[in-house]
Design a protein around this ligand. Structure first.
Ligand code: HEM
Length: 503
């Protein structure tokens, strides 16, 4: 009898092998699910079972841009500590920020899931330890009070043009989408501060192609990070996803690197005062503070970090003010009591005004630009967060939106009430038990937002000048904040307003 060739044997064995592998995989999946729900050290942490043993609910909500809202709903149901996925726990209690991101935790909790922009070149967002401290010291100089004062003329110059564009649209029947104009303004400002070279969006009255590219890139990075949660399906999802935008993102890095090179070749100028003016000084005084390659990657971070966040804050504050005419009226009283003309609205003159700062704080609470997770990995020995012991290796985070929308932290969280942020005597009684320390839109500790003071200055200047000079009428509710989607940054629908002169 002829023997059966080996190729035929192996062909016959393939289905059997697949069956065995499928059984083994299913057994592994079921056993690990039982372990995760019953015996794992995280088993006791509340949360729905489907999230405890699968990434899929989290991944699907992320793909829809609704994960921050889903986590908020979980906290509403399960309390201040919630298991949001097999490896991750979310906290919204008053001490959570300090326990995870403050001193001394920051030395032990490493960032998790962040991508280094250029392998082998530390950048401020992902570097750890000494590299981060060194780069942060150099950058701090560019964001100091002194630097801000010296940079104010750049901001005011761009706001002048923004106001001119708004003037040109006064009394026209067709409403404008002011979100777009806030984006033009924020990008032009950061272009000037980061490269001494504006994007000229306000001048040309349209998005610079780089800005469009960057906005699509955010979305594709969000998709990439979400697709990773689908495990073996990752390559397929990436191929059929917005791969082109992801690849095009390289153009952002190429352009940023080139702009830094161009900027460093510019001759000295007393009025320039962009970020590199200060970083170069730091380099002269303390050699090796930031190498040119590090400058390049940090420039690629500063552009998105300092633009869309600002445009989002402006859009949120503007929408909330227009929805709450009494609050807007109180803001106008503060402005008109202090200023007789718009030219008096400066950084120094705004610094003593409590209400506009309270408006921005409340806008950031109800509409945080970064509303999702800031992931950190618990050190191997474990750590106590909000009174709860969490074993090493677990990923933890405060979800900003969930924390700020929670009735356990803020009375009537969906009511826009800047008065919460005033001194104790001026706060309404019903807000006096609010945990204001929970609202940390810029994060806390040594890895908090380096641009925080710039962000306050910029948003206050723009809002003050806009509402001092013009009337804005909200034309529809397309901007409704609760319905928006988040793909790292918020996807902002049109905020349609009609403009008219106040005086
Ligand atoms: C309203 C506006 C802004 C908000 C809400 C905001 C929020 C944040 C948050 C939450 C972080 C921590 C990120 C993390 O831990 O992964 C951060 C970091 C950072 N932000 Fe901002 N940001 C804003 C504006 C700006 C501006 C204007 C700049 C600069 C031009 C900037 C530059 C940075 C940088 C460089 C970091 C990394 C800091 C480090 O790791 O040491 N941000 N920001």
């Amino acid at each position: 009898m002829d023997s059966i060739p080996w190729t035929t044997v192996s062909y016959l064995l393939v289905p059997e092998l697949v069956k065995v592998l499928a059984i083994l995989y299913s057994a592994y999946y079921v056993l690990s699910a039982v372990y995760i729900v019953t015996l794992s050290p995280l088993a006791g942490i509340p949360g729905p079972k489907r999230r405890k043993f699968s990434y899929l609910p989290c991944a699907f909500a992320s793909l829809k841009g609704r994960e921050s809202y889903a986590v908020r709903d979980l906290h509403d149901k399960y309390g201040p500590v919630v298991r949001v996925s097999p490896e991750m726990v979310s906290f919204i209690g008053p001490t959570a920020w300090k326990d995870i991101y403050g001193y001394p935790a920051v030395k032990k909790f490493k960032k998790s899931g962040y991508l280094q922009l250029r392998p082998g070149v530390p950048d401020v967002l992902t570097a750890n330890g000494v590299d981060h401290a060194r780069q942060r010291a150099a950058l701090n100089r560019a964001f100091s009070e002194k630097a801000l004062r010296e940079q104010e003329h750049h901001l005011q110059g761009h706001i002048d043009l923004f106001m001119e564009r708004m003037e040109q649209r006064c009394d026209q029947v067709e409403p404008i989408n002011i979100v777009q104009w806030f984006e033009f303004l924020a990008f032009d400002i950061i272009g000037t501060l980061a490269f001494s070279s504006s994007f000229h969006c306000l001048e040309n009255q349209r998005y610079h192609p780089w800005v469009t590219l960057l906005m699509n890139f955010f979305k594709s990075v969000h998709y990439f990070l979400t697709a990773k949660k689908f495990g073996i399906l990752f390559p397929i999802l990436i191929i059929f996803g917005p791969i082109r935008d992801l690849i095009k993102g390289r153009e952002h890095f190429r352009r940023s690197f080139q702009k830094v090179q161009e900027r460093l070749k510019m001759p000295d100028n007393d009025r320039r005062h962009d970020f590199w003016t200060y970083i170069s000084r730091q380099n002269q005084e303390k050699q090796g503070s930031m190498s040119i390659r590090e400058m390049e990657v940090n420039a690629a971070i500063l552009i998105p970090a300092g633009s869309d966040t600002i445009a989002t804050t402006l859009a949120g504050c503007c929408y909330l003010l227009l929805k709450n005419p009494n609050t807007l009226a109180r803001l106008r009283i503060e402005l008109t009591e202090k200023f007789t003309s718009e030219s008096e609205i400066t950084m120094v003159n705004l610094s003593g005004l409590p209400y506009i700062k309270a408006v921005v704080n409340e806008g950031l609470r109800m509409y945080p630009p970064l509303s999702g997770d800031l992931r950190r990995e618990v050190p191997p020995e474990g750590a106590t967060i909000s009174g709860q012991f969490i074993p090493g290796g677990v990923i933890v985070s405060v979800y900003a939106l969930a924390a700020y929308d929670s009735v356990s932290n803020f009375a009537q969280p969906y009511r826009f009430t800047p008065e919460r942020w005033l001194t104790t005597d001026e706060r309404p009684d019903w807000t006096k038990n609010d945990h204001l320390e929970v609202c940390q839109p810029f994060s806390v500790g040594p890895r908090n937002c380096i641009g925080m003071n710039l962000a306050y200055l910029e948003t206050k200047l723009i809002l003050a000048r806009l509402f001092f000079r013009l009337n804005l009428e909200l034309m529809d509710d397309a901007f409704e904040i609760g319905k928006q989607r988040v793909f790292i940054m918020r996807e902002k629908p049109p905020l349609r307003v009609r403009l008219s002169h106040r005086m």
